[in-house]
Design a protein. Structure first.
Length: 299
């Protein structure tokens, strides 16, 4: 499948921002199932410096500096990617064995994915998360089966409520409220898995959506998306590196991506590692934000 993505972000500042430094995770990454065919990033005003590279997790990242006063920042990212269906893999290792795999052993090297076992700001370790997940993690149950069951439990138990939370809403609050958006559901799933001693990471990206029957597609009406991945060491040598992607918002999962209609942009410990756009500003006291995202299938 070929997908095109347009992500348009506009910040209006009052009063003017004097100087600013920004980082962006807007360029999709190459994966076993995804090839980036084209990417273009336009920033206005024109940055005094702009460079591209990778962050600590291998995600494409852009950095730029604006040294001139400005009352508006506009960032437009356009991507074209080729995706493939999820890999057909089956993990059979019990979840307790995977938890044991990550236990610290003096003098022995740890798994490279151990950093995803520890709690993070948006996906902390907490007994409340472990308690919520335990019904899915019976003795000897395969991790793949248990994690998929947990994903489906979150999908069933939680109400998707647009604008009911924001990027600062603690995952524990969303767990107790039983409502939120894709970012909350991903953080809750990650926190549950980590609280049981398992490795889980946050994935940012996009999902091709279809307008309601009888309605035309509206340009800019889509949104960025987020889901989680859990690590199965027994499948580490597979093309997806042993990561099973889990989307509790849409009750979909698969190795490498939940589906062919997903675009992977970046992964990290939680949202803070892969925020689409963030910056440090001097000047400006208030701002308004407008974001438009369009995802389309192209020939």
């Amino acid at each position: 499948m070929h997908l095109s993505v347009a992500h348009d972000t506009v910040y209006d500042y009052r009063p003017a921002v004097e100087t600013a430094q920004h980082t962006a995770h807007l360029q999709p990454r190459h994966t076993a199932l995804q090839r980036v065919l084209a990417f273009d990033l336009q920033v206005s005003p024109t940055p005094d410096s702009l460079r591209h590279g990778q962050d600590a997790f291998g995600n494409p990242q852009a950095w730029w500096t604006l040294a001139q006063a400005h009352t508006q920042l506009r960032v437009v990212a356009r991507s074209t990617v080729q995706t493939a269906p999820p890999l057909e893999l089956q993990g059979t290792q019990p979840w307790e064995a995977v938890r044991e795999h990550f236990r610290y052993r003096s003098g022995q090297p740890g798994d490279a994915q151990t950093c995803f076992v520890f709690g993070s700001h948006h996906a902390p370790l907490n007994e409340a998360f472990a308690a919520y997940a335990r019904s899915c993690f019976g003795p000897g149950r395969a991790l793949q089966e248990a994690a998929t069951a947990l994903m489906r439990q979150i999908h069933s138990d939680f109400e998707y409520a647009s604008q009911s939370t924001d990027v600062h809403t603690p995952a524990l609050d969303a767990l107790q409220a039983r409502r939120g958006v894709c970012q909350d559901f991903a953080h809750i799933l990650i926190a549950c898995l980590r609280s049981l001693g398992l490795a889980a990471r946050y994935v940012s990206g996009y999902l091709l959506t279809q307008p309601p029957e009888g309605q035309t597609r509206l340009v800019g009406a889509d949104a960025s998306h987020a889901w989680a991945s859990v690590y199965l060491p027994e499948l580490a040598s597979s093309p997806c590196g042993g990561w099973l992607d889990l989307d509790p918002t849409n009750d979909r999962c698969g190795f490498g991506a939940p589906g062919e209609d997903y675009v992977v942009v970046a992964w990290g410990r939680d949202f803070a590692d892969v925020s689409p756009l963030r910056g440090v500003l001097q000047g400006g006291q208030s701002h308004t934000l407008k974001v438009g995202v369009s995802v389309e299938s192209v020939a």
